[in-house]
Design a protein around this ligand. Structure first.
Ligand code: PHB
Length: 399
C-alpha cells in the first residue's frame, strides 16, 4: 500500500487545480480519474473564466497559453427581442472575462502537473473510501485491467463531479442535498463558422432564450432554449437555424451559419450540499454543488473552492493548524449561494417558462422583459450584473 498526504478523486478543474496549488505549497498529492486522459481533454463544457480564475491561473504559472489564445471580453451583449444592449464589464468593474473553454484549462493543468512530477492515475476508479473519521483514511482503487490497489493518506478530497461517490459518505454523515430543477434546458451546438459577433450575446425572445458564444475564430458555440425532455434527434439543423435566427437576428447581427459538428441537450439543475466536509473527507466543485449553465459559473466555483481548500490542507499538513480547514464549509458556502442566486436569476430573467395558461404566459413574458430592461437601463442594474458576471475576487490565505 502506498502512502501520500492528499488523495484527490477527479481530474476536473477542482481536482487538478487543487493538486497544482498543493504542489506550490510543497504538499504532494495523487489525482485519481476514472476517464482516460484523452476523454478528459476532449469533454465539451462551458467557456467563460471569471477575472479571479484568470488571475489565479496567471499567478500560479498556468496562464501562458490562455494569454496567447483566449479571447478577452470587456463586455457582453443582452438582446431583448432584437434590441442589443451592451453591458460594459470593464467600465463597471475594471475587469474582463476570458473566453477559454474548460477542456483547455484541463489540458494546461494536466501538462503542468506532469511537468512538475505530479501523479495522475487515469482510467482508475475509486471503489471505496475507508476510515474518513480516522487520521489515516484508505482509498481503494481499481485500474482499467481490473487490478486493485490501496492508497493510505491523511486527507481525501472528492472532486469527482456531480455523481460523486465522496458526497454519498457526507450525506450518510448527515449533510443535506438542497436542489432545484428548472422547466427548461439548452440545446447546444458546435458550428464551423466565422464569429457572429465580437462579444457573447445573451438573447431573449417570447419564444425563449438563445446564446451566441465562441470557441475560436472558426468554431462557434451556440445554444437555444429547449424542453428538458427533448432529445438530440428532435432538433434538425433547419430547426436549430430557424430558432437561432428568430431569437437573435436584428439590424445589427445575423447568426453565422456553418456545419454543425456536435449537438447535445444540457439539463438545468441547481444543487448545494449543506456540508462540504466530514472528518478527513472534503468535497469540491460539482461534487459539492451544481449550477445551471447560464453565466458559466461552474468551473469558476470549483476553482474558488480549492483556493480555500489548498491553504487549509497545507496549513494542517505543514503546521498542524487545522483552523482554516475546519471552517472550509462555512467559508465556501456564502460564495456558492451567491453563484446559485446569480445563475438562477439570469436563467429566470432570460428564459420563457410556459405555464399552460396563455394569459399568464403573456404576463410573465412582459414582466420578464421589463425586469431585463430595468437592469440594462440603469447604471445600478448594469453594475450589479457586471460585477456578478466577472465574479468576486478569490479568497487568499497565507500558509
Ligand atoms: C459557453 O461558451 O459554453 C458558455 C458561455 C457563456 C455562458 C454559458 C456557456 O453563460
Amino acid at each position: 500500500m502506498s502512502q501520500i498526504p492528499v488523495v484527490i478523486i477527479g481530474a476536473g478543474p477542482a481536482g487538478l487545480m487543487l493538486s497544482h496549488l498543493l504542489h506550490l505549497q510543497g504538499v504532494e498529492s495523487v489525482v485519481i480519474e476514472s476517464q482516460s486522459r484523452d476523454e478528459v481533454e476532449a469533454t465539451v463544457r462551458a467557456g467563460i473564466l471569471e477575472q479571479g480564475t484568470v488571475a489565479l491561473m496567471r499567478s500560479t504559472g498556468v496562464g501562458d497559453r490562455l494569454d496567447r489564445e483566449a479571447e478577452i471580453d470587456e463586455g457582453i451583449q443582452i438582446s431583448i427581442d432584437g434590441d442589443l444592449e451592451r453591458i460594459d464589464l470593464h467600465k463597471y468593474t475594471g475587469h474582463s472575462v476570458a473566453v477559454y473553454p474548460q477542456h483547455e484549462v484541463l489540458i494546461d493543468l494536466i501538462e503542468q502537473r506532469l511537468t512538475d512530477g505530479g501523479e495522475i492515475l487515469f482510467s482508475t476508479t475509486v471503489t471505496h473510501i475507508e476510515g474518513h473519521h480516522t487520521e489515516a483514511p484508505v482509498v481503494h482503487l481499481q485500474n482499467s485491467d481490473g487490478t486493485e490497489n490501496r492508497v493510505a493518506t491523511s486527507y481525501v478530497v472528492g472532486a469527482d463531479g456531480s455523481r460523486s461517490l465522496a458526497r454519498q459518505l457526507l450525506l450518510a454523515d448527515g449533510a443535506q442535498r438542497l436542489k432545484h430543477e428548472y422547466p427548461f434546458a439548452w440545446f447546444g451546438v458546435m458550428v464551423e463558422a466565422p464569429q457572429t459577433h465580437p462579444e457573447l450575446i445573451y438573447a431573449t425572445h417570447p419564444d425563449g432564450f438563445a446564446l451566441i458564444s465562441t470557441r475560436t475564430p472558426e468554431l462557434q458555440r451556440y445554444y437555444v432554449q429547449c424542453d428538458p425532455e427533448d432529445s438530440v434527434d428532435m432538433w434538425s439543423d433547419d430547426r436549430i437555424w430557424s430558432a437561432l435566427h428568430t431569437r437573435v437576428d436584428s439590424d445589427m447581427v445575423s447568426v453565422s451559419e456553418g456545419k454543425i459538428t456536435d449537438k447535445a441537450v444540457l439539463r438545468f439543475r441547481s444543487a448545494v450540499t449543506s456540508s462540504m466536509q466530514s472528518g478527513r473527507l472534503f468535497i469540491a466543485g460539482d461534487a459539492a454543488h451544481t449550477v445551471p449553465p447560464t453565466g458559466a459559473k461552474g468551473l469558476n466555483l470549483a476553482i474558488a473552492d480549492v483556493a480555500l481548500l489548498a491553504p487549509g490542507l497545507a496549513r494542517a499538513l505543514k503546521k498542524g493548524d487545522d483552523g482554516l480547514l475546519n471552517n472550509y464549509t462555512s467559508l465556501a458556502l456564502p460564495r456558492v449561494w451567491k453563484a446559485q442566486h446569480f445563475s438562477y436569476w439570469m436563467s429566470a430573467m432570460l428564459h420563457s417558462a410556459p405555464t399552460g395558461d396563455p394569459a399568464d404566459d403573456l404576463f410573465q413574458t412582459h414582466r420578464r422583459l421589463a425586469e431585463l430592461r430595468t437592469v440594462t437601463s440603469s447604471d445600478a442594474g448594469r453594475q450589479l450584473l457586471a460585477s456578478q458576471y466577472v465574479g468576486l475576487d478569490l479568497p487568499t490565505y497565507e500558509v
